[in-house]
Design a protein around this ligand. Structure first.
Ligand code: NAP
Length: 266
């Protein structure tokens, strides 16, 4: 079994910390370094919560990618930083696995072109939870039979982007199969801005932000005399880690950018 050498960006964060623990536990993965915007030159083991994990911390991305021998970058940072990290990793022949959400269509297109030009795998997954991927797939199935749908995504109040990448991805998958429809009353008027949420192809997406939540989504379909609700809940961030591991293993075997874990799972 080949060992895959991994750099993690955002290792001190809520997702990044879980990713560090997952990589440490996995027999086929090895943590080579972490990329941060603080603590340059220190060892990760010097920081709280990482006792015994002796890998260097870099704040200069080019230095990190040139000095450290690595196969994969796991990025769990912020949209602006994540984009720069992903692009720079590809330029250094390192394969990105990106959980960071909030990339624009234009950025995704540019990264796909770069991955294909370099013949490198790159996986960008707005949701690493297997249950969430199934929720999206089941919603896509249901959308063939139900034209009317509202997506309600619920997250913790530290989340920077809205709507969530998962909600946007779900809406895109639904739009691909559903007969186009402008939902609601044709003369519907918001008396308070935002009451009907964001609109995408005639569907509505609502973003709830509350402390106590982690990552949740409910897709509600309606038709004459019936509703169908498909819901997924992530109660902790460990729920994402088996998906991260699958992506790290898969990114080594592909030569293009894959957007969404639903394109990896059978
Ligand atoms: P978080 O706790 O805020 O962690 C982000 C980490 O990135 C922090 O340690 C932050 O450091 C660090 N960071 C910020 N700027 C940086 C830079 N320039 N270079 C290196 N590190 C930098 O956020 P989170 O909840 O872990 O989420 C991280 C990302 O994953 C978000 O985009 C979120 O939407 C996404 N997410 C994805 C999934 C999925 O399944 N794909 C699931 C949950 C979350 P400071 O704290 O010092 O700023």
């Amino acid at each position: 079994m080949e060992t895959i050498k991994v750099i993690i960006a955002g290792a001190r964060g809520r997702m990044g910390k879980e990713a560090v623990y997952m990589v440490q536990k996995a027999e086929n993965l090895q943590l080579a370094a972490v990329l941060d915007h603080k603590y340059n030159g220190q060892m990760l083991s010097e920081l709280e919560g990482f006792a015994g994990i002796d890998v260097p911390i870099f704040t200069n991305i080019n230095e990190c990618f040139s000095e450290v021998e690595a196969d994969v970058l796991i990025d769990l940072t912020t949209p602006e930083t994540g984009y720069i990290h992903t692009k720079t990793a590809l330029e250094h022949n390192i394969r990105p696995v990106v959980g960071t959400t909030g990339f624009t269509e234009e950025q995704l297109k540019e990264l796909k072109e770069l991955a294909e030009e370099k013949r490198l795998g790159c996986i960008i997954a707005p949701n690493f939870a297997v249950g969430a991927v199934l929720m999206m797939k089941f919603s896509e199935m249901a959308a063939k039979y139900f034209q009317d749908v509202e997506i309600i995504e619920l997250h913790h109040d530290k989340k920077l982007d809205a709507p969530s990448g998962t909600a946007v991805k779900t809406a895109q998958m639904i739009a691909g199969v559903r007969e186009a429809k402008q939902q609601g009353h044709p003369e519907e008027k918001e008396t308070m801005k935002g009451a009907r949420g964001a609109e995408m192809e005639g569907m509505h997406i609502h973003s709830v932000r509350l402390p106590g939540l982690i990552a949740h989504q409910q897709v509600m379909f309606g038709a004459d005399g019936q509703t169908l609700t498909i819901r997924h809940d992530s109660y902790n961030r460990a729920s994402f880690m088996s998906g991260v591991k699958v992506c790290v293993e898969t990114v080594m075997k592909v030569e293009t950018l894959i957007y969404g874990m639903e394109n990896i799972l059978d």
